[in-house]
Design a protein around this ligand. Sequence first.
Ligand code: CTP
Ligand code: MG
Length: 393
Amino acid sequence: MAGTVAAVVVAAGRGERAGGDVPKQYRSIAGEPMVRPTLRAFLAHRQVDYVQPVINSADERLYGAATAGLGRLLPAVAGGATRQASVRAGLEALAPRAPDLVLIHDAARPFLTDALIDRAITAGFAAGAAVPGIAVADTIKAIDEAAHVAETLDRNRLRSVQTPQAFSFKLILDAHRRAAAARLENFTDDAALAEWAGQPVSVFEGDPGNVKVTTNEDFARAEIARLAALSDVRMGNGFDVHAFTDGDHIMLGGIRVPHTRGVMGHSDADVALHALVDAILGALADGDIGQHFPPSDPQWKGAASDRFLSFACERVRARNGMIAHLDVTIVCETPRVSPHRDAMRARIAAIADISVARVAVKATTSEKLGFAGRGEGILAMATATIRLPWSAT
Ligand code: CTP
Ligand code: MG
């Protein structure tokens, strides 16, 4: 049951039912544009070889911002006027790679889990066409034009169907091509196309959490669901010291601060950013800055510390987590930090890709006591609060 696996993620819709200033897939849920966790779920899955996004060509800028730093995505292709046309564009883009199996998924379902992708791949390889379904809790009735009940359907035989839907790539590409040639354009999911092509479609266990975000109300519910899932709240602390030396400025909080001295260090010696990096790594229980960026490694000589901070933030996002808060205290007699405080907060927020309201920068002297008090060096202490999906370990 091996073979190459691709995922097509369709994100070319206009999100008319949801309304809002931007198409729904670019609207934020718990601090991230919806399409980002959707794509990341496939990128993070060990069996998925290719991830093919399909977007609306009007959204290129939004898409670029939403996916910055995600890595290994295939270049996005333009979708069409219907979901069906968008899926076909994604399949055609994958055709030269000819994967064995393709998972077709809506960008508007950002809560899919690794376990659901596992089930889709297993069922797809076993059956050639497989969709996730969940039992319906309500009794479903078919109605006539006068809104009278025409029929009460047997609930036990009904399934509410989601994505990702898994297909043999050849089979579904062929079905899409044939449907397009026959000008049949109103299939609402890919399973319907496979059925039309005569392929039996099997149903595997879906996931009630894998909801499609369709309306404005769905956004409010999705936000609550996401935050509830991120219930593993962790804090980490970080500390850093650098000695002053000759110079005319220091890097502090990502900002160049003019000063009568410089700071000694292998990288740009930004104590505030270094303390924050260690705080985030501490919250992740993932080593420290020296372990990830050894001072003995010449590539970090003079390196701008933004890179260390964005690396640490990416480690949080790679675990499907979010950074809830960053707080740093800088201790020195001079330079005065307060004139630069807001610029530092803005810079740190930009590097960490969080709102400036989630970044605090504080400063104090040490009352002329100790090395900081004597002006021999500068130190910073930081606390990071992160939220990760709950796990038993
Ligand atoms: N989609 C697409 N191309 C289209 C229409 C839809 O790629 N021409 C995608 C959407 O971006 C979404 C998925 O198909 O990820 C499911 O569609 P839906 O939830 O209906 O999204 P929209 O069509 O954007 O929303 P609406 O119908 O409310 O306008
Ligand atoms: Mg639609």
